[in-house]
Each structure stands twice: as structure tokens, then as C-alpha cells.
Design a protein around this ligand. Structure first.
Ligand code: C2E
Ligand code: CA
Ligand code: CA
Ligand code: CA
Length: 275
């Protein structure tokens, strides 16, 4: 029994060892991903009540040297831990601005609002506002075409700094959406102070909307909150026509999800919108 126990322990050590070296390899690869041009943005369309595209969300993708795509859920947390999220976030911002610029000469895409995800660490940088302003200027784009998606967690810390940074960017036209809304703890009182443009209803409330009456109550409440704050509201994770119809009945007029398109490379988004 003692022998087996020791073997069991060795097996466990080995597994731990493998996991640690796998992580170290991932981290090392992530460190070189930028210079190796392994990042790309994919785009997911956002549509209004008439099914017309009014915006898109840029979602980061990492293609490793072996050709495998690493989903953001497996590398964004690592990027956050290692601080690599800062150069990565900067790359995303610039790639998004360059894309907006390019769309200015594509009929049907000039008005498209592009949303990017901003991580807590990135937003917390004292020069974040300057960095965004510089990117907008460098690419010569209308700041109103850029939307920054923040999560409640980001906004709950250092509230005064957060509000002033947001105001400075709002002043030049940059838009803000509160991502994953409903999963955090924001009160109406608190939301009232933030210069937001949009609430994004988290997909966890959309998934079982048809069968879960408490999700319906939550969605109805979010929409009512948005209305009283004069904010736009969009539902994410819309996969079925049944979900869309219910959302419409509950007062939601903007949708994003697989029902319309998965996140796709730019040429596919372009085809979707201009054809
Ligand atoms: P998120 O911002 O909440 O993005 C929505 C996620 O839901 C995306 O996953 C998208 O592909 C997925 N999705 C869209 N429609 C549907 C649908 O109808 N059904 C289902 N089941 N899923 C849908 P993705 O692309 O894997 O991104 C995951 C998360 O990674 C994002 O969640 C965001 O938090 C983060 N992320 C992605 N790109 C960036 C980035 O450039 N910077 C930062 N900081 N985070 C990013
Ligand atoms: Ca998002
Ligand atoms: Ca979200
Ligand atoms: Ca999410």
C-alpha cells in the first residue's frame, strides 16, 4: 500500500509538473505572439430591430505557431496575470482604429461603430485616456465610431478617477458600453454617475430566457433601468429567433449573437454587411 501511495504521489507530481511547464510554454509563446504577428481581430456584427447592422464587436484571437487558435478565455487571464495585457490591449486599440479608418472608404461601413474590450488593468493605467486619444488622432478617425466595453468590476474601483477618465473621453465622442451587465453589483444610484452609452445584457440571461421566468424578470428590469438612465441596451448571446422575439417583447432593440453571425475575420464581416 505504501508503494502504491508513493507511486500515486509520483504520478501526481508528474501531472503537476506537466501543467506547470505547459503554462510556462504558453506564457513564453504569449510573450512572443505580438512580434510574430499571431494576433488577429475577429468581428461580430450587432444589429438593430430591423436586422440592420449598426455596429460590431472586435474579439481578439491568437493563432499559435502550430496553427491552433487559442480562445481568449485561455490566454486573457494569463495576459492579465503577467501584465502582457497592456501591450496586447494597445495592439487591439490600434488595430481597431486602423480598421475603422479603412471602413471609411467602404460604402455601407462608414457609420459602423466598432466596440473593443478593455481590461481592468488597461483602463487603470493613468495615461489610458491619453493613449486612446493618441490612437484616435494617429489614425485620423471619428472618435464617435469607437466604443469601449468595460465590465462592472473595472468601474467599481477608484470611482472618481474612473468617472473623470470616462468624461474626458466622452467629451471627444468616444462611447462606453457596460459589458456583461447583470452579473455584477452595480446599483442604479451608481450607474447614474457613469457617462455610459450602453448596457450589454449578459448572455447568461439570454440563454434560457424562454424557459426561465426569473431571467425574463431580470431582462425586463435591466431594460427599464437602461431606459430610466437613457442608455441604449443590447443583448448578447442571441442564438435563436425565439430568444430575439422574447427580447423584442421585453423592449430590447439591439442584438448580437450567433443568430446573426459568429465572430468572423474582417472580409466575412464586410461581405455580411455590404452584400
Ligand atoms: P465578451 O466580451 O463577453 O464577448 C462575448 C463572447 O461571447 C465572445 O467569446 C463571443 O464569441 C461569444 N459569443 C458571441 N455570440 C454568442 C452566442 O450567440 N452564443 C454564445 N454561446 N457565445 C457567443 P470570445 O470571443 O471567446 O471572448 C471571450 C471573452 O474574452 C470576451 O467576452 C472578453 O471578455 C474577452 N476578450 C475578447 N477579446 C478581448 C480583447 O481584445 N481584450 C480583452 N481585454 N478581452 C477580450
Ligand atoms: Ca465584450
Ligand atoms: Ca459580454
Ligand atoms: Ca463575458
Amino acid at each position: 500500500a505504501k508503494q502504491a501511495g508513493r507511486n500515486g504521489m509520483r504520478f501526481f507530481d508528474r501531472q503537476m509538473q506537466d501543467r506547470i511547464s505547459e503554462r510556462a510554454k504558453l506564457e513564453n509563446d504569449l510573450r512572443h505572439a505580438m512580434e510574430r504577428h499571431q494576433f488577429a481581430l475577429h468581428y461580430q456584427v450587432q444589429v438593430d430591430a430591423h436586422g440592420k447592422a449598426h455596429g460590431a464587436e472586435a474579439l481578439l484571437r491568437w493563432r499559435r505557431a502550430d496553427g491552433s487558435w487559442v480562445p481568449p478565455a485561455s490566454f486573457i487571464p494569463l495576459a492579465e496575470e503577467t501584465g502582457l495585457i497592456l501591450p496586447i490591449g494597445h495592439w487591439v486599440l490600434n488595430a481597431a482604429c486602423a480598421q475603422i479608418k479603412e471602413w471609411q472608404s467602404v460604402p455601407g461601413m462608414e457609420q459602423l461603430i466598432l466596440a473593443i474590450n478593455v481590461s481592468a488593468q488597461q483602463f487603470r493605467q493613468p495615461d489610458f485616456g491619453d493613449v486612446v486619444r493618441a490612437a484616435v488622432e494617429r489614425h485620423g478617425i471619428d472618435p464617435r465610431l469607437l466604443k469601449l466595453e468595460l465590465t462592472e468590476g473595472v468601474l467599481l474601483e477608484k470611482i472618481e478617477e474612473t468617472i473623470s477618465c470616462m468624461h474626458a473621453l466622452r467629451a471627444i465622442g468616444v462611447r462606453f458600453a457596460l459589458d456583461d451587465f447583470g452579473t455584477g453589483y452595480s446599483s442604479l444610484q451608481y450607474l447614474k454617475r457613469l457617462p455610459l452609452n450602453q448596457l450589454k445584457i449578459d448572455q447568461s440571461f439570454v440563454r434560457d430566457l424562454a424557459s426561465d421566468s426569473s431571467d425574463q424578470v431580470i431582462v425586463r428590469t435591466i431594460i427599464a433601468m437602461a431606459r430610466s438612465l437613457q442608455l441604449d441596451v443590447i443583448a448578447e448571446g442571441v442564438e435563436t429567433e425565439a430568444q430575439r422575439v422574447l427580447l423584442e417583447e421585453l423592449g430590447c432593440r439591439r442584438y448580437q449573437g450567433y443568430l446573426y453571425s459568429r465572430p468572423v475575420p474582417e472580409p466575412q464581416l464586410r461581405a455580411l454587411i455590404t452584400e
